[in-house]
Design a protein around this ligand. Structure first.
Ligand code: FPP
Length: 243
């Protein structure tokens, strides 16, 4: 395969890659530019990483685009992020569809501006039969909020005598989470030097590998992605067992 910067085994690429895209603001600041400039560049990275993930054979790519805590940012920045989401979908939908990318969301998108919801629904509908890569955008997503919602749904079903308490198991919980269309992540990447999960995929990462890089999201690229996958392939995943 062309453009392999690292000796990656293409048979063992993570099936599900999840990314915490951090550092847009810091990157922009280092260039004496406004934070929104960093987000704009961040969208370009998304474009590159979606394409490269597909090329390498990743099946599920989940991107942390907007957390339940991100509402605390200044209104102008929240608006800018929402506008970028809409323009990204408008601009990329045809190409994503052509490339066999299926678009999904995780989190509660009902709280997003109407124009975002419309564009997301349109994108999901248009790409629903695509099978090459599932791109899940985490929007108004929080791991705890998703678990809390699941607890409520299951409790209601117990109350309505739809399920027995004895039947509640891990598989059932996974099915109620908004991440239920993907397998658990094999690899979680966080850019920009921070080493924490920030409420991302709490239930799903039980056995995931983690990779941290100092690169800010706008400077993360195909080579950085391959480096992360190469590192992942040199880990010894035992899932609690012994070899
Ligand atoms: C982190 O940078 C990034 C985000 C808050 C969200 C990522 C969003 C985008 C790349 C653009 C919009 C999304 C889509 C799906 C089109 P930061 O602002 O936290 O950086 P900092 O930690 O340096 O301040």
């Amino acid at each position: 395969m062309e453009r392999l910067y690292y000796d990656i085994d293409l048979e063992k690429v993570p099936q599900h890659l999840a990314i915490i895209m951090d550092g847009n603001g810091r990157w922009a600041k280092s260039k004496m530019m406004p934070r929104t400039y960093g987000h704009k560049k961040g969208v370009e990275t998304i474009r590159k990483i979606v394409e490269e993930s597909k090329r390498l054979g990743v099946k599920y790519l989940t991107l942390y685009a907007f957390s339940t805590e991100n509402w605390k940012r200044p209104k102008e920045e929240v608006d800018a992020l929402m506008n970028l989401l809409v323009s990204y979908l408008k601009k990329e939908l045809a190409e994503l569809d052509k490339n066999g990318v299926r678009i999904l969301t995780i989190g509660d998108i009902s709280a997003l501006p109407k124009v975002c919801i419309n564009e997301l629904e349109k994108s999901k509908e248009k790409t629903k039969d695509n099978k090459d890569l599932t791109l899940s955008l985490a929007l108004n997503y929080g791991g705890r909020a998703d678990i809390l919602n699941t607890v409520k749904l299951i409790a209601k079903n117990v109350k309505d005598e739809q399920i027995l308490i004895e039947d509640i198991n891990e598989e059932m919980i996974s099915k109620y989470l908004t991440t239920n269309e993907s397998v658990d992540p094999d690899l979680v990447i966080r850019t920009s030097g921070e080493q924490r999960l920030s409420n991302f995929l709490l239930w799903e990462v039980a056995y995931s590998e983690f990779y941290f890089t100092d690169a800010h999201w706008p400077e993360f690229d195909e080579k950085e992605l391959q480096k992360a996958i190469y590192s992942y392939q040199n880990r010894d995943r035992r899932f609690g067992a012994i070899k």
